[in-house]
Design a binder for this molecule. Structure first.
Ligand code: HEC
Length: 195
């Protein structure tokens, strides 16, 4: 009897252990009215870059606001990109905005991140749900679901004309660009512009 109990305990431990090892499902999830549920675990995702004060117009930005945009991607998307040089279905990329502060604590020069986040934008690939595969969503800081940006907005045009891989700005994600180059997955538009 004793032996069987031990075996049962061992089996239970093995089952629990294998559950703990299962990766969390990081697919995008939606509300019934099509909003994107905020991916609360994004700080455990892969970090791609921190853009500082990026601007896409020639004139210098006015005002004294400085902002970082930190870009993260869900682990399954990141793992697949490293193998193939492009994004699988169900990829989510997320920008987190934070004030770029100066003269805080011992810092005298340069910019650091202490406040925020101020908000988020997501880029989601979902082949069955969206024609054209990708959609943008925006979130506030309340953790509530985010609404989809209409496809007529400039977001979609800039991303589809200038982004290096599958409408995402991999040219600014230094750990991924060499992979896209070696796998030959760069977009025609980006290759033309970078000549
Ligand atoms: C004029 C070009 C341009 C426009 C317009 C634009 N973006 Fe982007 N977007 C970029 C660039 C460049 C990056 C790379 C950011 C970085 O390196 O930090 C980016 C990155 C992103 C990312 C990170 C994932 C990715 O696709 O690379 C998201 C999410 C995003 N933008 C959302 C939006 C949304 C939403 C809008 C519209 C409200 C928008 N963008 C409009 C140029 C643009």
């Amino acid at each position: 009897v004793r032996i069987t109990t031990n075996i049962a305990l061992l089996l239970a431990a093995a089952v629990l252990g294998s559950c703990a090892l299962q990766p969390q499902n990081d697919d995008p999830r939606y509300t019934s009215d099509g909003q994107l549920i905020f991916p609360a675990a994004y700080r455990d995702w892969a970090f791609l870059t921190s853009g500082l004060d990026m601007s896409y117009v020639k004139s210098a930005p006015s005002g004294s606001m400085h902002m970082f945009e930190n870009v993260f991607v869900n682990p399954a998307g990141h793992e697949a990109f490293r193998k193939t040089g492009t994004w699988p279905d169900k990829t989510t990329l997320l920008i987190e905005y934070r004030d770029a502060s100066s003269a805080v604590s011992i810092n005298k020069h340069g910019r650091v991140q202490i406040d925020g986040p101020q908000g988020y934008l997501a880029h989601v690939k979902d082949e069955h749900r969206f024609s054209g595969n990708w959609r943008f969503f925006s979130f506030g800081t309340d953790g509530k679901p985010g609404s989809m940006l209409p496809t007529a907005t400039a977001c979609y045009t800039c991303h589809s004309s200038h982004a290096a891989v599958d409408t995402t700005f991999v040219q600014f994600y230094p750990s991924l660009l060499p992979i896209a180059k070696s796998k030959g997955t760069l977009s025609a538009g980006y290759v033309r512009e970078s000549k």
